[in-house]
Write a protein that binds this ligand. Sequence first.
Ligand code: KIV
Ligand code: ZN
Length: 521
Amino acid sequence: MKNHVVIFDTTLRDGEQSPGASMNAAEKLRLARQLEKLGVDVMEAGFPASSPGDFESVRTIAREIRNVQVTALARTSKEDIDRAWGAVRDAANPRIHTFIATSDLHLKYKLNMDRDQVVKEAVEAVRYAKSFTDNVEISTEDGTRSDRDYLCKIFGAVIEAGATTVNLPDTVGYAVPEEYSQLITYVRQHTPNIHKAVMSVHCHNDLGLATANTLAGIRAGARQAEVTVNGIGERAGNTSLEEVVMALNTRRDLMKLETSINANQIHPTSRLTSMITGIVVQPNKAIVGANAFAHEAGIHQDGVLKNPMTYEIMEPETVGLAGNNLVLGKHSGRHAFKDKLAQMGYELSNEELNRLFGKFKELADKRKEILEEDIEALVAEEILRVPDVYELKYLNVVSGTVEVPTATVKLKIRGEEAKSAGFGVGPIDAAFKPIDAAFNTIAKITGSSSKLMRFSVNAITGGMDAQGEVTVRLQENGLVALGKGTDPDIITASAKAYVNGLNRLEYMKKNPRLSPNEGLR
Ligand code: KIV
Ligand code: ZN
């Protein structure tokens, strides 16, 4: 059996199904480029039948990304498969990924079909997809709660019809590792033609077992792992790419398996995903959390100083964590800045570079030391996040312990400038009153009726002059959007996050999406 594990990244599809994480086309393309650099084998760019916006995003990615297989999700209907093919057909190496549920529960309550009908539908879908490309994957949704002999029957039939990858998802995160391993082994032993296809695993993290299940599936012979960066995804998320890859790398002695991932791109990809989606990485998250390589206990620190191997099973540099190295300062010139950006993987146009350099100089005036994380935040703020509708041009807040805080705000709305002033009337906490004033004023100008459901502030780097990173969660008529903003001033960071959240809501209103299970018979 081959020792290469195919890394199938679904951050842009299952990951994007995380509440509030929707990305616009430009953001998806940025992330796709980074995933290519990370070295994933396959990227699932979206679900084209879900919305015209998603179709366009997938099509753009398929045209731009040349070194990775690009796939799109489709239900088993011809219309869905046509949309998926229409979106990926220009890819250097396109794949169609179709799926149908196989558990009796889903058959009865969702599909209203019997088992034979599902096999027939799956076979027809694979045959139809094969009329476009040889590279066809099929997933048996809710596979881990399906009858195992029925799984063998359907896998046998779809492989006969030409499926080249068969995926057995733990859609609801129900399996435990031993059980999942036994199921994969059983299917591999009892599906006679299984060797003609790559067996794939796809796990959700409802019980916190997604990575363990994925590794168990791989140990049982699966050779494709479906994962997302930072483990983002529906509900508790999907299997995290970085955990699987680093488990395979770190325990190569035991597993003797390889992936094509450039591990030193793991950290930049994690940061970028968080910047773009607004989903904060928990500090204790394995591999990419802020504390993943921090040693707090004195005894550990002492050990690490003597020999890092005492308490570190991986070196931070291997996952692209540069540490808080001073990278640039106030006196750094345009050339050094451009070089640093190139080293970090950002190739910008002259116009983008000029704009960013101006912002860098402003930041360098406020902060003595500019670290990589600061530069990443600048790039996200100025280049990556595309202001669909609203752009913050100016914010001035006057506040004090006894004053009623007042904010003056200028926004650009669809190219037109609008200005207003307002007061803070909300939270009692004096520290948040100025933010409240800024939010009220922005809400007044934009006419937004969204509700602020969550507000959190983090420091990007250490030190008193660290940049603040604010995340907001907004809700409007059933839509949920996350917004992120960074600035040395947390009131400005908050306003940027709020405007970013409003832009995402506008994007979602313009691009209503079906979830993969909607619109089923
Ligand atoms: O979790 C799941 O079952 C899926 C399929 C569509 C592959 O995401
Ligand atoms: Zn899934």
